[in-house]
Design a protein around this ligand. Sequence first.
Ligand SMILES: Nc1nc2c(c(=O)[nH]1)N[C@H]1C(S)=C(S)[C@@H](COP(=O)(O)O)O[C@H]1N2
Ligand SMILES: [Mo]
Length: 323
Amino acid sequence: MIIRIRKKSDIPSSEITPEDVYINRRKFLGATAGIGAAAFMARGAAAAEARVPGSRPGIAGPAAGRQDLEPSSWEDITSYNNFYEFGLDKKDPARNAHTLVTRPWTIEVDGLCAKPGEYQLEDFVKPSTMEDRVYRFRCVEAWSMVVPWRGFPLADAIARAEPDPSAKYVAFETLWDPEQMPERRWKPRIGWPYREGLRLDEAMHPLTLMVTGLYGKTLPNQNGAPLRLIVPWKYGFKSIKSIVRMTFTEDEPPTTWATQSPGEYGFYSNVNPNVDHPRWSQATERVIDTSRLFTRRIDTLFLNGYADEVAHLYAGMDLKKFF
Ligand SMILES: Nc1nc2c(c(=O)[nH]1)N[C@H]1C(S)=C(S)[C@@H](COP(=O)(O)O)O[C@H]1N2
Ligand SMILES: [Mo]
């Protein structure tokens, strides 16, 4: 993965939040602290419409292990992205991903399952199971955000496909269409399409989400519209965007970054402050918040703060070996 270090002088003035917006945002957050995501949802669409870009709507909820962290702003979440198909700079996806055509959208389900087939997005996504969840998000490049996603448990989609008992993993693929995606010069370096995978028990865990929205709104293209994965205890690159295929396999499937650089990126990619990347420490993370003048660093938590929920999945495994 390419690490770019941005100098303070590179921050455009448009990223600096005016003081009055900032103060109102804090007031609003203070007033809504302690209100859960369910209560937020009950307030309905009127509140959702009242949001202005750059403000942080009053979504409060458990960002596991880190209740002190506020959700990152809409602005930060949608303008500081990794989506290499649309360029390598953090600002490129927001600039370029408007060319991605997200309707109609087909998801192919295949491999070891009783109900393979091609699903239209509308059939794949069941609105009745949609939830808002505020999750910590930790990139392997040692930066982090807190994101209010909207989505449904991946377990629901897996159950509908009825995987065979021999299926042990599920693999995902991103759309690869050079006509819509400008990053063609990477073709020889990265074996497109972008691929990811999970062990089936990780995929079935209730924290694992298929995401279609952000802050209660439709997912912007740069964040992986119309359908992306979120696995909150793993490094961000596991959370594959713009998914067109889901395949059940018996063997561990090849994944983009582990294929690209096996010494640096493993299949598991669990957030782990005790296992450093060969080129940098994973013990701390930089909080992305362009409304602040100074960089804030916080300690990285084992399994990104979700250890109580997911550590049992790795019982008896050497996480230095299976990184
Ligand atoms: N198809 C695809 N999915 C991807 C990536 C990518 O380059 N292509 N980048 C990954 C990485 S490294 C991260 S950190 C997250 C970023 O998600 P975000 O832009 O919504 O924060 O997407 C992941 N999913
Ligand atoms: Mo990442």
